[in-house]
Design a protein around this ligand. Structure first.
Ligand SMILES: Cc1ncc(COP(=O)(O)O)c(C=O)c1O
Length: 436
């Protein structure tokens, strides 16, 4: 019974990135089913999935090919460990990822989330430098970008730069240095100072998603790669958000012909079906871990559900769908349409700036009193109009499934624009009432 579910939710759940006090003052929207680009709640109401269920759905919900692949895998085995054993899906998927990834990334290490994918890249980079020996053992710190977001585990938070999320944990974190996003000169200055202590530079290529869809200038990623080479530092590209077509190409790195030393993948890897992540590394890094067991050069890391067979089956079916449905080719006119629609949204008085790249968009409503919760008001207004959006502060994010139809895309942007106007009107009324 829906009302009972709402009660159970308020009584017992603790939601991520959510102030529970405010959450429990509102009726939760409970999603029970989905179809294509739509989510369906327990009361039967339908909503456009405007954020791809947190940036991960690619081909729509209940995709027949992915559903079938997961069911068929269920008839074989749901889970078997990767520690000491292998399974067909893990091996096949590793081969397919290596074929698709930028050149030189020949090894695939699985885990379960974007946070673990980046955590693993950081640990691998650190251990690789230690095992190189000599002066490289001093390479114990990292360089990241200001406003970076790489996940919520302590390692990934250490290279994060969003104070609201990360400042509390500072006493727990390891050493890292922040470079100005989009400014190659700043990175060069930092590396010139800290070359000998830096294990790796970590970046979200082209777009910093959680920062509010911060788009880097053309050529920046290429410059980051060249600086890493010049200073003998490894490069980690975190494509957890940008990967699997989000910026218009399979991987964002391709757009500047960049091959990193580590590539972190998660979110869209399974088409948005199951928790699966992969950290790809070069053969040079992999070889740095080889040796007799007693030499202890092993990478001592692995999660229970690493490389889960159901998730690998979903990922393989998602890659098949990319091919059979020509997902990237069919995405290009929708990217152009989204650009045109957003240009109109940008002219609204309530909108400070629109930032987008491919199918990642942020509509920035500017600086407002946080107590007004303007972004949250937009979410509630959008819900009334039949769309799910989730803001980053006062930046309204639009990131629909790549498979969304042009009509639904038009409707989504229209709902976003109407909701922004309604939310701003309600926020002004709330401000006036407070002042009176
Ligand atoms: C660039 C990037 N890296 C890592 C993560 C963390 O992924 P997860 O939430 O799966 O741990 C995110 C999540 O939004 C992300 O955008």
């Amino acid at each position: 019974m829906p009302s009972n579910l709402a009660q159970l939710d308020h009584d017992h759940l603790w939601h991520p990135f959510t102030q529970q006090q405010a959450w429990c003052e509102e009726e939760p929207l409970t999603i029970e089913r989905a179809e294509g680009s739509h989510l369906i709640a327990t009361d039967g109401s339908r909503y456009l999935d405007g954020v791809s269920s947190l940036w991960c759905n690619i081909h729509g919900h209940r995709h027949p090919g992915i559903d079938r692949a997961v069911r068929e895998q269920l008839d074989r085995v749901a889970h078997s460990t990767m520690l000491g054993l292998s399974h067909p899906g893990a091996a096949e998927l590793a081969g397919r990822l290596v074929e698709l990834a930028p050149p030189g990334l020949s090894r695939v290490f699985y885990s379960d989330s974007g946070s673990t994918a980046t955590e693993i890249a950081l640990k691998m980079a650190f251990q690789y430098q230690r095992q190189r020996g000599g002066q490289h053992v001093r390479r114990t710190s990292f360089v990241h970008l200001r406003d970076a977001y790489h996940g919520d585990t302590i390692g990934s938070v250490s290279v994060g730069g969003i104070d609201l999320f990360h400042a509390t944990y500072r006493p727990l974190l390891f050493r890292a240095h922040a470079a100005e996003p989009g400014d190659a000169g700043d990175l060069e200055r930092i590396l010139a100072l800290r070359e000998e202590e830096t294990a790796a530079v970590i970046v979200e290529p082209l777009v910093q998603g959680a920062a509010g869809m911060l788009v880097h200038p053309p050529g920046y990623l290429r410059a980051v790669r060249e600086l890493c080479d010049a200073f003998g530092v490894l490069l980690i590209c975190d494509e957890v958000a940008t990967g699997f077509g989000r910026t218009g190409t399979m991987f964002a790195c391709e757009q500047e012909q960049v091959a990193p030393d580590f590539l972190c993948l998660a979110k869209g890897l399974t088409g948005g079906y199951m928790p699966l992540a992969a950290t790809l590394a070069t053969e040079r890094v992999y070889e740095g871990f080889l040796g007799a067991p007693e030499e202890q050069r092993t990478f001592f890391h692995g999660h229970t559900y690493t490389g889960n067979p159901l998730a690998c089956a979903a990922a393989l079916a998602s890659l098949d769908a990319f091919e059979s449905e020509r997902t990237l080719e069919r995405l290009q006119p929708k990217i152009r349409l989204l650009g045109e629609l957003l240009a109109e949204v940008g002219t609204l008085p309530a909108v400070a700036e629109v930032r987008s790249r491919g199918f990642m968009a942020g509509i920035d409503l500017g600086e407002h009193d946080p107590a007004l919760r303007l972004g949250h008001r937009v979410t509630l207004e959008a819900r009334k109009r039949g769309a799910i959006v989730r803001p980053l502060g006062d930046v309204v994010v639009l990131m629909p499934p790549l498979s969304i139809s042009e009509d639904d895309l038009r409707r989504l942007v229209e709902i976003a624009a109407d909701s922004i106007q309604a939310a701003c009107a309600s926020a002004s009324a709330a401000q006036l009432a407070q002042a009176a």
